[in-house]
Design a protein around this ligand. Structure first.
Ligand code: GLU
Length: 295
């Protein structure tokens, strides 16, 4: 069967050079091995995603010379798939609801940090302190009634006990040069949120479900997502889903060494295009050879 690659941007801003690199790399790798390239729009966050950004993704990718298969999978249209997965995890006794606001969690962590250090996840965010893990069924029922903010969290210790040790095949490199067979360390993320009341999924859950439903065999994405793969492998194992191989690539950085980001206003592909940059220039800027020159 032909290998299946995917590019999975979120339409919450315009694509920049980092996206161009990731999309072109997926496109080139798929072509090299006679594989397929899928495009997935990761638009679960209704507050940040906008139709004009989605339209710009199609336009920018086509301008770069990238071709992808239709139909495009848009995550916002598949909430029932993600709900079915949370129901399976709940039936395994691996989820629990938490009801605190972000501010309440931050206060609890600040109090803990005042006493000593508090563990942080691989992205640098403090781990959830597990406040809701011990709520009684009655307290849960009351909080649900009171319409408190609700998130469904993975009980990480139980999930790891259920899955046993896991690894993944890394064809690229991690931030510390990890490659080959990498040991997953999902515990480093704590009790991650898998769904919220207003959004019945999360990045981790939807990416795993979609990669499986779309038959993705090769996940090629930025190194910033390297350690997220630990959670993805865990969810794949718990849900009985196949594991793709992974290739995490270096991030494109700006002149100061910072990673490019939509939120800090890195120059978008459309601004570069408007300034006269060509798709061949973009390939050179991200260090990819011109496929026309290679063939
Ligand atoms: N949607 C994610 C992003 O834009 C990428 C997800 C993935 O490739 O796993 O950063």
């Amino acid at each position: 069967m032909a290998p299946v690659f995917r590019f999975a941007p979120s339409p919450n801003g315009y694509l920049h050079l980092g996206h161009a690199y990731s999309a072109l790399l997926n496109f080139d790798l798929a072509r090299e091995v006679g594989g397929r390239l899928l495009l997935r729009i990761e638009d679960i966050d209704a507050t940040r995603c906008r139709p004009e950004f989605e339209a710009a993704i199609y336009e920018d990718l086509a301008w770069l010379g990238i071709a992808w298969e239709m139909p495009v999978r848009r995550q916002s249209q598949h909430f029932t798939d993600y709900r079915a997965a949370t129901e399976r995890l709940a039936a395994l006794g691996l989820l629990y609801p938490s009801f605190e606001s972000r501010a309440e969690i931050a206060r609890t962590i600040a109090a803990e940090e005042a006493k000593g250090s508090w563990p942080r996840d691989p992205d640098g965010a403090p781990l959830y302190p597990g406040i809701a893990r011990s709520l009684s069924p009655q307290a849960v029922a009351e909080l649900k009634q009171a319409d408190a903010p609700m998130a469904l969290r993975l009980d990480m210790a139980r999930a790891i006990a259920a899955s046993g040790p896991l690894t993944w095949t890394e064809q690229g490199t991690g931030p510390g040069g990890e490659t080959g067979t990498v040991a997953a360390q999902p515990g480093a993320w704590g009790d991650v949120i898998l769904a919220r009341k207003e959004t019945p999924t999360s990045y981790h859950l939807s990416v795993v479900i979609d990669d499986a439903l779309q038959g993705v065999t090769h996940v090629v994405r930025g190194q910033d997502l390297f350690w997220s793969t630990s959670v993805h492998r865990l969810l794949q194992q718990l849900l009985g889903l196949p594991q793709p191989v992974y290739r995490h690539h270096l991030l494109v950085r700006d002149g100061t060494g910072a990673k490019l980001s939509k939120s800090t206003g890195s120059t978008s592909l459309r601004e570069l295009r408007a300034g006269g940059t060509t798709p061949a220039d973009i390939r050179r800027m991200v260090g990819l050879s011109d496929p026309a020159a290679a063939s």
